[in-house]
Design a protein around this ligand. Structure first.
Ligand code: TXA
Ligand code: MG
Length: 357
């Protein structure tokens, strides 16, 4: 057990100083970003990075993202960047875009990259995150600050729920903005592969790179496991995509398709589950909420705002666990804008359980 220091949002000046000092000394500290809370450690310090994997219970073959305060510092970590990568950096940094780039050998601990010859880098736009990285003087390796298999934390209290007693501290910066993780991109042979959809949307990438750009959306494997041999021939993957993620404790069913028919179909599923004695919850847009009878009706916000649903999703999934829900029906959203990342996370949480109406 480690005593976990909690620095409240109101005392962020003191918290920032103490958290930065802890990181500089090889500590492991959770901090807010514009996407989700990260669990940071000095990316050059193998012992510190090892503690991230232990605290999360994360498989060691799943590499970490390195967070920088300033875009120009990327050249300390990578061998080179091509024109497309440079365009993406200047358009989206600081912001929720992670680029997978050729690693400069020895720049970070091999644990960070899981032995790969690439490194994932991003420059968060959250002010407290950037000030913390700056003050620590370290490039910070930081995965999401949840126990492996739990939804990513969007509030400091979520981090405490998962990691209290396992890390050195939590810097509270209030709820995070986007609520879903960054978009992970890798450019190879002029093609832009989206390894994980996230805070930067396909539409934004097209707007920046032009309609003619060869942007390839990620194809998550149908099953949780990807055979090791597959990796070599196929488009580069994010190793993390093969792990079942974001799963609530209860079984989950995603309902997609016709918006008019969705609520009736979802209600039927809820009624059946409850007749079997199960505790059933629904994740509903505000417009449908009054139509449901369930043990819990949890609202995403207006159907017109997938941003609000993205912002709230992980919190709602945690709420289901707290309420002891064992069956969740979730309404799907159109897959445009942030809706693409939202649906990617919903599908993972539902483990592929989907009802199309
Ligand atoms: O928004 C975010 O990205 C958050 C905040 C804290 O910055 N971080 C985050 O980290 O989501 P994590 O560890 O939960 O997800 C990192 C993803 C994983 O899917 C991992 O496999 C992938 O990035 N990744 C890291 N290094 C990679 C590499 N060299 N090549 C391919 N994928 C990589
Ligand atoms: Mg994560």
């Amino acid at each position: 057990m480690t005593e976990t220091k909690y620095w409240p949002a109101a005392e962020s000046q003191t918290g920032l100083k103490e958290a930065a000092a802890a990181l500089a000394e090889g500590g492991v500290v959770a901090f807010p970003t514009e996407t989700v809370y990260g669990l940071g450690a000095d990316a050059r310090n193998t012992d510190a990075v090892q503690r991230i994997f232990e605290a999360k219970g994360r498989p060691s073959d799943n590499p970490l993202i390195v967070h920088l305060a300033h875009a120009e510092d990327v050249y300390e970590l990578i061998r080179s960047a091509n024109d497309i990568e440079k365009t993406l950096m200047s358009a989206f940094w600081p912001g929720p875009l992670t680029l997978v780039l050729p690693l400069k050998e020895g720049a970070v601990s091999p644990l960070v990259t899981a032995g790969l010859d690439t490194v994932a880098v991003r420059v968060p736009s959250h002010d407290l995150a950037r000030r913390l990285i700056d003050a620590s003087g370290c490039p910070l390796a930081a995965p999401s600050a949840n126990r492996s298999g739990r939804p990513s934390p969007t509030h400091a209290m979520h981090v405490m729920e998962d990691l209290n007693g396992r890390i050195d501290g939590v810097l509270d910066g209030g709820p995070t903005g986007v609520g879903l993780e960054s978009t992970v991109v890798r450019v190879t042979d002029g093609k832009i592969h989206i390894l994980r959809p996230g805070g930067v949307t396909m539409e934004q990438l097209k707007h920046t790179l032009g309609e003619a750009a060869d942007i390839i959306a990620s194809q998550p494997p149908a099953h949780a496991e990807v055979g090791a041999g597959q990796q070599a021939e196929e488009a580069p993957r994010s190793p993390g995509m093969k792990y079942a993620h974001y799963a609530p404790q209860g079984e989950m069913l995603l309902v997609t398709g016709n918006f008019e028919k969705m609520a009736a179909a979802a209600q039927e599923q809820l009624a059946r589950a409850r007749s079997q004695g199960r505790r059933a919850a629904v994740l509903s847009c505000q417009e449908h909420a009054a139509m449901y009878e369930a043990d819990a009706v949890l609202e995403y916000g207006s159907r017109q705002s997938p941003e609000t649903a993205a912002h709230k999703l992980y919190s709602l999934l945690r709420q289901c666990d707290e309420l002891g829900i064992d069956f969740i029906v979730a309404e799907g959203y159109p897959e445009t804008g942030i809706g693409a990342a939202l649906m990617n996370r919903l599908r993972k949480a539902a483990g592929g359980n989907e009802l199309k109406v």
